[in-house]
Design a protein. Structure first.
Length: 251
């Protein structure tokens, strides 16, 4: 990403509704899928940015070994400071870790980036996961939704649930779960990105007025409740998927 986007990410990822929803969904849907208690193999946040989600993982699993990785050295410094966990510089195209090193790999909105070879990256995730290890991925949805926001954060691809499933299965994963989310707000997302396009490369990462932020939090919290209770949303602005290495998936 542009350095200016990293600065915005660092400043806003603990305050903006969208990051709160993304982090909550990743943690909620992965909870209970496998044992992540203290004493097991470490967890990797692959493409951790400036560390907002890594800090959430550290709070959820305070006694578990956690590691972050990002391609940008400045982001790695900020992620280390924010999470209190070690973070290394590297690419998900060639993870600098041995085979079977991790109990779980989380990756939030990284496969979509221009510098990422998506097929190579998911093969790397598979290689570095232990048997029965858990992969939890969030990506933006629908290629037709590519917009100025994507250009500003160097996103070059967006996904469908079926397309992401095919990508993961081709790398050897067994699917556990895949769903869209951010469905309630999706019509507004379409209007603002496709019918009211911005001039230039301007991302949607910004501080929203409090009433709008509150409304978005209510909508996405409602969706998290649905997802927690097994509802799979048929459309939305993002796709979240959970897959395993070497065990049978569910549903």
């Amino acid at each position: 990403m542009e350095r200016s986007e990293y600065y915005k990410l660092d400043r806003l990822e603990d305050r903006m509704w969208w990051f709160a929803a993304t982090h909550r969904n990743l943690l909620t849907l992965s909870w209970g899928q496998m044992s992540l208690e203290a004493g097991g193999q470490p967890i990797l946040d692959a493409g951790c940015g400036t560390g907002g989600f890594l800090a959430q993982l550290a709070a959820r699993y305070p006694n578990r070994a956690l590691l972050g990785l990002d391609a940008d050295p400045l982001a790695c410094q900020r992620a280390t400071a924010k999470s209190g966990r070690p973070v290394c510089v590297g690419s998900i195209n060639a993870l600098p870790f041995p085979e079977g090193a991790f109990a779980a790999v989380f990756s939030a909105d990284v496969l979509c980036h221009s510098a990422v070879d998506e097929r190579c990256a998911v093969r790397q995730f598979h290689r570095c996961l232990a048997d029965n290890g858990l992969l939890v991925i969030n990506v933006p949805a629908y290629s037709w939704m590519l917009s100025a926001h994507d250009a500003s954060v160097h996103n070059v691809r967006r996904y469908t649930a079926k397309g992401l499933t095919r990508l993961l299965e081709a790398a050897g994963f067994r699917m556990v779960y895949a769903t869209y989310w951010n469905a309630v707000l999706f019509p507004l997302m379409v209007i603002t990105r496709k019918f009211l396009p911005k001039r230039g490369r301007i991302s949607d990462v910004k501080e929203y007025p409090r009433p709008i932020d509150s409304l978005c939090r209510v909508a996405t919290t409602f969706e998290t409740t649905l997802l927690r209770n097994g509802v799979r949303l048929p459309f939305g602005g993002s796709v979240i998927a959970i897959a395993t290495k070497g065990c049978s998936g569910r549903g």
